[in-house]
Unconditional design. Structure first.
Length: 384
């Protein structure tokens, strides 16, 4: 680093060590290639250990994408289909229930449910799917429907957001995933997904969820047409909502996968960019307890490394993931529990199984499928 860059970085280091909050300019500065990535990582690791100690969290989960038919044509998406495209599908109740059965038989605590906005299916179909699964498998946590879907339900039902969210919760929705956030800034959003819920709507929906006590996650899709300014602006909007509600559990930076998308001319971000984004996210989001290195998207090696660059969670064992695999992800379709624990151990962290809302999961050593939840995991958000 040049002396001027070193001085500026040292001032940031001091601020972070004292529990100070980084601003827009400081965040953008950390993206400059002349700022040593490994020092940014070391700083993020300090914050990560302050908040989460030496733990590496994982869960045992599965995905359900009940339809890929979608009214929107987001340019980064390889998963969606037109209504009459032979690739389009809608799962039947039997298929959906079979997935629930498979999940429970494999000891899953969570099902992550997202799909497309199907032109011909009403709100009752999306609601009924949650109800059917929950009635059949009440212990399975249903983390479902992104803010983009909730926005669509608002359009379909013309009901207030909180009413919709409470209705979904009453039939078994446990929490909401963080998808659909992409990049909030309109300079970027208008280029990649101009028609869907805008940043204000996404934030309004997560705020409504938090206000009724529904926990949610948040994401950022990076590595396409955005610049560092747009990424930091995005993180600050999330930080601002978290200051107001405290309802976000984990932030997941999502690296763009270009294959089979309308942006296939763009190169996938490098592992170094992934690690830098992970570290900067940890540093900017000083009020979000967890940062997830989603191994499906990062690849196993980068996800392991990310556990030393700010991340404390690597998502789950996963099954039936389609969004990334349709876009060229070369990661396995799933990991066994032994494999996921081993990769956390290899990274020098202590593997801890959590449920979706970050409670410890205890399993009967004689019968893996017999599990119960304990206390919430410990996080320390203050600097002593
Ligand atoms: O919103 C879609 C992204 C998201 C591509 O909450 C793509 O725990 C890269 O939100 N390349 C859905 N990204 C996935 C998601 C998620 C994943 C894991 C955990 C959680 C959680 C949430 O995936 C979409 C979009 O941002 N996406 N296509 C693509 N080609």
């Amino acid at each position: 680093m040049t002396p001027a860059t070193r001085d500026r970085f040292n001032a940031i280091r001091q601020k972070v060590e004292q529990g100070g909050r980084l601003n827009l300019d400081e965040g953008i500065f950390l993206y400059s290639p002349e700022v040593c990535l490994h020092e940014v990582g070391e700083l993020a690791n300090m914050v990560r250990e302050r908040i989460n100690g030496n733990v590496g969290y994982y869960n045992i989960n599965t995905h359900l994408n009940p339809t890929n038919v979608c009214i929107y044509r987001c340019r980064f998406c390889a998963f969606r289909s037109d209504l009459r495209d032979p690739k389009g599908y809608v799962m039947s109740d039997e298929q959906i229930l079979a997935r629930g059965k498979e999940a429970v038989e494999n000891g899953c605590t969570e099902m992550h449910i997202v799909g497309g906005l199907h032109h011909k299916l009403g709100y009752d179909w999306y609601r009924g799917l949650i109800e059917t699964l929950h009635n059949a498998y009440p212990k399975l946590h249903l983390k479902g429907w992104t803010a983009v879907e909730i926005d669509w339900f608002e359009f379909l039902t013309k009901k207030p957001l909180k009413e919709i969210l409470m209705d979904l919760r009453s039939v078994g929705l446990g929490s909401m995933p963080g998808g659909g956030a992409e990049i909030f800034h309109p300079e970027v959003r208008d280029q990649i997904c101009e028609h869907k819920a805008n940043s204000h709507k996404w934030i309004e929906i997560h705020q409504a969820a938090h206000e009724i006590g529904l926990k949610t996650n948040c994401t950022m899709l990076y590595g396409h047409v955005e610049q560092p300014y747009h990424r930091i602006d995005h993180l600050l909007r999330l930080r601002d909502l978290q200051d107001r509600t405290g309802g976000f559990q984990t932030f997941i930076p999502l690296a763009f996968h270009p294959e089979n998308t309308k942006l296939s001319n763009i190169k996938k971000p490098s592992a170094l960019m992934d690690l830098r984004t992970m570290a900067i996210s940890r540093l900017m989001l000083d009020n979000i307890p967890h940062i997830k290195a989603y191994w499906i998207m990062l690849g196993i090696g980068t996800a392991q490394t990310a556990l030393a660059y700010g991340a404390d969670d690597i998502d789950g064992t996963v099954r039936h993931e389609l969004i990334y695999h349709d876009a060229g992800a070369t990661t396995p379709e799933m990991l066994s529990v032994d494999q996921i624990r081993q990769l956390i151990v290899e990274a020098g962290r202590e593997p801890v199984e959590r449920d979706t809302i970050y409670r410890h999961v205890h399993r009967d050593p004689e019968d893996f499928k017999n599990w119960s939840v304990g206390d919430e995991v410990a996080v320390s958000m203050t600097v002593s």
